[in-house]
Design a protein around this ligand. Structure first.
Ligand SMILES: Nc1ncnc2c1ncn2[C@@H]1O[C@H](COP(=O)(O)OP(=O)(O)OP(=O)(O)O)[C@@H](O)[C@H]1O
Ligand SMILES: [Mg+2]
Length: 226
């Protein structure tokens, strides 16, 4: 098992009037080499689930394991090491650094500007159709191109797991299909976990977790557990 969650609750504003269960009694096991979707209405806990799996958010109660490591039992620096070594992240907004070139942005997570690293970055950019953009700045790119740079940045460290939180939200439908095609092309040897509102980008998902009100409403092959 790659990920396991046991009776996980993530509660905000405990004791206050507006106490919110971002995650409510989540039990979940995720195996390797899979493309998993997370869907649900706004505020249903999708991002919370993703960030709890990645060890960014430590639950109020319950346990989250990555490969039998309980995030609760290790210091934050160690879970940061795990993320650096094993995880890649793609966010809704690309968060590229505007004063760095495309190539430099891709190299940020590995903090390495050796020739080998640069060649690797160029080859990933090439695979993403961005070979000619390496020395450009983010503002010179379209939204879809910027999002592909963010994907290259997520892939540079050879992650075992790619976490994507609404990776296509800023794109039109053509751009979304394009970006998902690139992300999916990596699922052969990686686990891909994608949060989205758009079920059409989860056509090839192995399964989809449907969230509602902090809880898992259903797990199915496609939207609504059909
Ligand atoms: N830092 C916080 N403080 C208080 N409440 C929070 C915080 N972060 C999230 N929440 C609440 O937790 C619940 C789940 O939030 P989450 O971001 O996981 O939802 P989501 O499904 O990703 O929504 P969206 O589709 O809008 O991104 C929401 O009710 C939200 O208001
Ligand atoms: Mg969210």
């Amino acid at each position: 098992m790659i990920f396991r969650m046991e009776s996980v609750n993530l509660v905000y504003d405990i004791g206050k009037e507006a106490e919110t269960y971002a995650l409510k009694d989540i039990n979940l096991s995720l195996d390797g080499d899979r493309f998993i979707g997370i869907m649900g209405p706004s505020g249903s806990g999708k991002s919370s689930l993703l960030y709890a799996l990645a060890g960014f958010k430590i639950p109020t109660s319950g346990k989250v394991y990555y490969k039998d490591i309980n995030y609760n039992k290790i210091p934050p620096s160690e879970s940061a090491d795990i993320r650096r070594r094993d995880f890649g992240f793609i966010f809704q907004r690309h968060f590229l650094i505007e004063y760095l070139t495309v190539l430099e942005n891709v190299l940020v997570p590995i903090n390495d500007d050796s020739r080998e690293a640069k060649e690797k970055a160029v080859s990933i950019l090439d695979n993403l159709g961005l070979a000619h953009f390496a020395s450009k700045k983010p503002y010179q790119l379209s939204g879809g191109q910027r999002q592909r740079v963010a994907i290259a940045r997520a892939l540079i460290g050879d992650p075992k797991v790619i976490f994507a939180d609404e990776p296509t939200a800023a794109l039109d439908s053509t751009g979304a299909v394009e970006v998902m095609k690139f992300i999916e092309s990596y699922k052969k040897d990686k686990m891909i976990i994608v949060v989205t509102h758009d079920h059409s980008i989860l056509k090839n998902a192995n399964y989809v977790i449907n969230m509602f009100d902090g809880a898992i409403a259903s797990i199915g092959k496609s939207r609504g557990g059909i």
